[in-house]
Design a protein around this ligand. Structure first.
Ligand code: GLN
Length: 274
């Protein structure tokens, strides 16, 4: 058994070469404590380690589970977050949203943030860790909230990011006012065909009614009630949704801006109450 054979098992099953290599190095680092540096220095892997990785790869190709679910962790903005099939895997694009939120929070000394559909808690935890703000993360899924709680404990910021079960604003009291509401809501139109790996992620985190717009509309409509004066609303955007979300936001918000991701796709939108 060697790494080439194991990598081939991935590529023979339709996984692109660079992705296969990346997945193998993630598995090696996680399960065998074998880093990229070890590889460059020519450190040998034991037969036991190789067999272990082979088993994981076999499971990966059989089940089509994303590698992050197999490892149980995903990297996001400098930290490893616990993930399982109850939560969406943090995406690189979401960094754009979180970085913008952090910039705004720091520039305006904001203190109270609400993260709707917190999932793994990656957004809430990163904001709490990198700013002075306290974040309330809400989610409809108790299973997701269990993961978010593990993450806040893992990062050692327990009283700075707190979590509550709530269907959007259902369990937020009207006297609780926030400086900022942020959300990476489910935004894929129902019926969209996805990669098998993506289909392993929770449906409720991915899909939205009304052509993907349902959660934007609901949050936009209700957000002003829960925002302080000059409060901020920030969203991650799905493909081709920026104009429609902007039009809805324009009913209640001002100074609306859209920013693109590295692929040139409109990826985030934000604005302020008046
Ligand atoms: N807020 C979480 C994230 O950005 C979950 C998003 C979701 O489940 N749609 O990863």
């Amino acid at each position: 058994m060697n790494i080439q054979t194991i990598t081939k098992l991935l590529t023979d099953n339709g996984i692109e070469t660079n992705e296969a290599k990346r997945e193998i190095s993630m598995l090696l680092e996680h399960f065998c404590n074998y880093t990229e540096k070890d590889r460059l220095m020519g450190k040998k892997l034991s037969e036991k380690d190789l067999n272990l990785i082979y088993e994981k790869v076999l499971y990966r190709v059989k089940t089509k589970n994303p590698i992050q679910y197999i490892i149980g962790e995903a990297y996001f903005m400098g930290e490893y977050f616990k993930v399982n099939s109850d939560v969406l895997i943090p995406r690189d694009e979401t960094e754009i949203l979180v970085k913008k939120a952090i910039d705004i929070i720091k520039a305006n000394d904001l203190v109270d943030v609400l993260d709707i559909g917190t999932g793994s808690g990656c957004i809430a935890c990163t904001i709490a860790k990198q700013t002075n703000a306290t974040v309330l993360g809400v989610d409809i899924s108790s299973d997701a909230l269990r993961v978010a709680l593990d993450n806040v404990t893992k990062l050692g910021i327990n009283n700075r990011a707190v979590f509550r079960k709530s269907n959007l604003f259902s369990r937020i009291r009207e006297e609780e006012k926030f400086d900022m509401i942020i959300s990476n809501p489910p935004y894929i139109p129902i019926g969209t065909k996805l990669d098998v790996e993506v289909e392993k992620e929770p449906n409720i985190a991915l899909f939205a009614e009304e052509n993907g717009l349902y959660f934007y509309k609901e949050i936009i409509k209700q957000a002003p009630k829960y925002l302080k004066k000059d409060g901020w609303l920030l969203f991650e955007l799905g493909i081709n949704e920026s104009e429609k979300v902007k039009n809805h936001m324009a009913e209640y918000f001002e100074e609306i801006k859209i920013e693109k991701d590295l692929a040139g796709i409109d990826r985030i939108i934000f604005g302020r109450t008046n």
